[in-house]
Ligand binder design. Structure first.
Ligand SMILES: [Zn+2]
Length: 200
């Protein structure tokens, strides 16, 4: 969530959005869709095969993820988190149940946040936010989900629900809040690498 990562993300987005979505020799594994206000029945989408998890675009003239691709990511997240951290999949699905995932290609700026090492940062563009135990916001950076903060925000969601809604460990590996360890940071890196390999 630091400025360097954000700017890199914007470069990716610009390149990804300039590539036409059809034609020879282009990437056909896009995980995003462009919405138009006059025909935006995809602003709200249910994620299939999940406990009432929903996807919502911030605007009717924005981009959104494909719900089936998000479903794949959620199932991989639950399976891998269960394996790595020894938590049952049923418990993890309970934490995630009813989650609203708001997405937008337009970044947000927040007045204060923490970087992954727990250092406070001010007026920083963020690529994702954990807003409440049942709501996250994720910036769409490229045509694939691995480059977004979705997995990172899902880790915040697990921590926030696990500690009964007290906090989502906003300072990550910092020591003001508990829950997030370097193992969580590595987990996010590994899962996003797997998603990259699968072109999701
Ligand atoms: Zn975070």
């Amino acid at each position: 969530m630091n400025r360097g990562v954000h700017i890199l993300g914007m470069v990716f987005l610009t390149i990804a959005l300039l590539i036409p979505s059809n034609g020879c020799g282009v990437n056909n594994s896009s995980s995003i869709k462009k919405l138009e206000c006059h025909s935006s029945n995809l602003v709200h989408q249910d994620i299939p095969g999940t406990p009432n998890i929903r996807l919502r675009a911030s605007r009717c003239d924005d981009y959104t993820f494909k719900s089936k691709q998000v479903a794949v990511v959620l199932h991989m997240f639950v399976s891998e988190y269960s394996r790595v951290f020894g938590v049952s999949e049923l418990v993890l699905w309970d934490y995630l149940s009813g989650l609203e995932i708001e997405v937008s290609a337009i970044p947000k700026v927040v007045s204060s946040a923490f970087d992954v090492k727990g250092n406070p940062v001010r007026d920083v563009p963020v690529s994702g936010l954990a807003i409440s135990p049942k709501k996250i916001w994720v910036e769409i950076k490229t045509s694939q989900i691995w480059s977004s903060s979705l997995v990172h925000e899902l880790v915040h969601t697990i921590i926030w629900n696990k500690n009964a809604g007290i906090h989502a460990d906003p300072d990550h590996e910092g020591d003001q809040f508990s829950g997030w360890s370097s193992k969580h940071t590595q987990f996010i890196r590994d899962l996003n690498r797997t998603l990259l390999d699968k072109e999701i």
